[in-house]
Design a protein around this ligand. Structure first.
Ligand code: C2E
Ligand code: CA
Ligand code: CA
Length: 733
């Protein structure tokens, strides 16, 4: 408090120092004169009046500090002046000066507010001392009045500050019960101030934080070591919604101890009176902190836990499982062909698919299970305390079933499938790292076996996994080393009975494993993105070879190459195709690219424009494996398609004695309707050939005419007088 007064005092002394003003009211001029001589001082103005009228006139003009007032005045009594002063200028001090006769009046004067009185002439020697004392007392009184005024002002200010404080301001008694609370507790926590006063602080603290709160609130230190900003949760009033779970706010509490002054002797312990402090709402800050923490442990896109959190939880589950002798399941899930969506539809659609997938995955597991996203299209699931191995497999079945419903991607439905590997603690590994890795290996096994399924890890998978990794490395190397070989399969025209084209089918001449078919490496090449390098090689090879055969006299020969969906997603696909054409001077209309239907489903403007541009460059576009994928035919109308290739599976089904599949008839109808060239592949028997011919197929391809063969053999076949070009193939007979 001392400091407050000091500061008030200093504000008081800031006022300009004004002269002291004295007024001498007496009809005796000599007396006034001697008064003046006695009282004159620098910084003091002394005025004189001989009558009541004159005195009042002066007093009305200026405020005097002290009036020396004679009682008996020619035009009235000094008491009249006193009354006037009482009424109009109560701060002015009055010293009555009276003769012996006026004793009674002097007493009356004192009762009416005069400070003192002097008797004439006996007391006049005391005049100077009395005046000084009176003036001094008046200064003190003035200061006091000023101080009271300032105090009132500052108390108003403090009350204002306390009441409008964004923080809860409180004081507690030594027992910890609220003695004072500002209204903020109402707006922040919904507690009524009056109802809360007298209650113990613990009543509004989260049960788990009470120990901490005791430390924060029951602060006995009053110095800088006192507790500041201890974070606890306080209870909001939920009387209005008792149905909802209690709501807590995170606040920072600071407190200081309050003590009574030491006793008069200054000895003995100080008496603890309680504590006071503020409670600050830090929900926002907390939220920001939580977001930061959340981001450190969660995947931004799906909001699922990330690898770090997953590994933590797995390690925890393993420790518990070890103690309680339980099993723990770890699933590794990879979306099949996700890259395709990403590359052809763009990342936004890819992200959308990942989010929806994450949601469905989440829905397949129990609340206690953890679903995490490791990155890309890789997810993991932790199944703590697994009762039996089959429970993990049940989750996989549920997920695969769940995936049968398509995902909307852009304007289309995307049928996602997933490959899932499962590893079980303790059977398949004891550590988190081991289990994740083995689940990953099992997942790879599913991928290698045609995707879309789930498998439990088995130790022999390790071998396959290493092999696959090895294959990936070898594939990279093979592209650089040029270990690929182009095989060609003839395509004959049913109308003309001669070879009109060849399809390039790639082979990998593996240094150890011999000649590998595309089925053994194309998927891997697509997954790893290496396919684009392969396609570049294939395109160059096809153009180079075609020009050689053309130069050798096969002037109408065409060559077809297979492109992967990933190729079409490339921004520079047109240049990739037309570059080799230019380099080898491939004639207009003699290069064909085979693409699969799923590449056309997207309305990606890029794909459409690329295909259009290719067609303008004289590239024919045909749809491979037609009829196996999607039934949407819209694209046939919009896209510059030249031919449809009936999938082998339909051709295989053409057996004597069996009716022709309605699908084949439908495909023939579609080709006719859209005015498209129709090519049959996988033709192995004369019956198939005749049937397809009768159905109106234009061209065919298959072991019946010739299996894929190296270029040299193809050169020979092309040159063979038996089959080319003079007479029709024997099979046409
Ligand atoms: P596809 O484009 O449908 O090629 C036809 C596949 O059927 C070839 O298998 C071919 O050898 C085989 N085939 C041809 N005639 C017959 C027959 O009469 N009966 C039977 N059962 N099969 C026959 P291949 O060469 O193993 O190629 C498999 C697939 O690999 C191809 O299917 C194609 O999708 C892909 N592929 C081949 N070469 C390339 C390439 O250079 N790039 C890309 N992206 N994919 C390629
Ligand atoms: Ca093909
Ligand atoms: Ca095909």
């Amino acid at each position: 408090m001392k400091t407050d007064l000091d500061s008030l005092r200093s504000t008081g002394s800031e006022r300009p120092v004004r002269p002291q003003r004295l007024l001498l009211v007496d009809d005796d001029a000599r007396l006034r004169n001697s008064f003046r001589l006695l009282l004159a001082q620098p910084g003091r103005d002394i005025a004189e009046a001989a009558t009541v009228v004159r005195a009042l006139a002066l007093l009305q003009d200026i405020e005097y500090d002290l009036v020396l007032l004679d009682i008996g005045l020619p035009d009235g009594s000094g008491l009249d002046v006193l009354h006037w002063l009482q009424k109009h200028q109560p701060a002015t001090s009055v010293l009555m000066v009276s003769g012996q006769r006026e004793q009674d009046a002097a007493v009356r004067a004192l009762r009416h507010g005069a400070l003192d009185f002097l008797r004439k002439p006996d007391d006049l020697d005391q005049l100077s001392g009395r005046v000084e004392r009176t003036l001094q007392r008046q200064v003190l009184q003035r200061e006091h009045a000023e101080m009271t005024r300032q105090l009132a002002k500052s108390e108003r200010l403090h009350r204002f500050l306390v009441e409008r404080s964004p923080d809860i301001v409180y004081t507690l008694d030594p027992e910890g019960c609220f003695v004072f609370l500002n209204p903020r507790i109402e707006s922040l926590l919904g507690h009524d101030v009056q109802a809360t006063l007298g209650r113990h602080f613990a009543e509004i603290v989260h049960p788990d934080d009470r120990l901490l709160a005791r430390y924060a609130f029951a602060e006995r230190r009053s110095d800088h070591r006192a507790s500041t900003n201890v974070e606890i949760r306080v209870l909001a009033n939920s009387a209005a919604r008792p149905d909802l779970p209690p709501r807590y706010l995170v606040v920072a509490v600071s407190a200081l101890g309050v003590y009574a002054d030491a006793d008069a002797e200054g000895s003995g312990p100080r008496r603890f009176l309680g504590s006071y402090g503020v409670i600050r709402d830090i929900t926002e800050r907390k939220r920001a902190e939580e977001t930061i923490n959340f981001q450190a442990f969660h995947d931004q896109l799906t909001h699922l836990p990330n690898r770090r959190l997953f590994t933590d939880r797995l390690a925890l589950a393993l420790a518990q499982a070890e103690r309680r002798g339980l099993m723990v399941g770890v699933m590794f899930i990879d979306l099949d062909r996700f890259k395709l969506v990403n590359d052809t539809h763009g990342h936004l659609q890819g992200d959308e698919l990942l989010r929806s997938f994450a949601q469905r995955l989440r829905a397949c597991v129990r609340a206690g299970d953890t679903v995490a996203r490791l990155g890309g299209d890789e997810f993991t699931v932790l199944l703590p305390d697994l009762a039996k191995v089959d429970d993990a497999q049940a989750v996989v079945r549920k997920l695969l079933l769940e995936l049968e419903k398509p995902f909307p991607v852009g304007n289309h439905d995307f049928h996602a499938t997933a490959s899932v590997g499962i590893a079980i603690y303790p059977r398949d590994g004891l550590t988190a790292v081991q289990l994740i890795q083995n689940a990953d290996i099992a997942m790879y096994q599913v991928k290698a076996n045609g995707r879309n399924g789930g498998r439990l890890f088995t130790p022999d998978m390790n071998h396959n996994y290493t092999q696959r990794l090895e294959l990936e490395n070898e594939l990279r190397r093979a592209i650089v080393a040029g270990e690929f070989v182009a095989y060609y399969q003839p395509q004959v025209s049913l109308l003309e009975g001669c070879i009109v084209g060849v399809e390039l089918l790639i082979r990998w001449q593996h240094p150890r494993r011999g000649l590998l078919l595309p089925g053994e490496f194309i998927d891997l090449a697509e997954e790893t993105g290496l396919i684009c390098g392969l396609s570049d090689w294939v395109l160059d090879q096809a153009c180079r070879q075609l020009v050689l055969w053309r130069a050798a006299g096969h002037r109408r020969l065409r060559v077809a190459v297979n492109l992967s969906p990933l190729d079409l997603g490339r921004a520079d696909i047109v240049e990739r195709v037309t570059g080799p054409m230019r380099a080898h001077a491939v004639p207009f209309g003699s290069l064909e690219v085979e693409i699969t239907e799923n590449m056309l489903l997207q309305d990606t403007p890029g794909v459409m424009a690329a295909l259009d541009s290719l067609r303008r460059h004289g590239v024919r576009i045909s749809i491979d494996d037609f009829g196996t994928r999607y039934s949407s035919l819209n694209y046939l109308q919009r896209m510059p398609i030249y031919a449809l290739k009936i999938d082998q599976s339909f051709v295989h089904d053409l057996v004597p004695g069996e009716p022709v599949s309605p699908i084949v008839q439908a495909i023939v109808g579609i080709a006719r309707g859209f005015d498209l060239h129709l090519v049959a592949e996988g033709v192995e028997t004369g019956y198939q050939l005749e049937t397809l011919k009768a159905l109106g197929c234009n061209e065919m391809q298959g072991y019946l005419i010739g299996a894929p063969m190296p270029a040299a053999e193809m050169t020979a076949l092309l040159a063979s007088p038996l089959s080319w070009p003079t007479r029709p193939l024997p099979l046409f007979d």
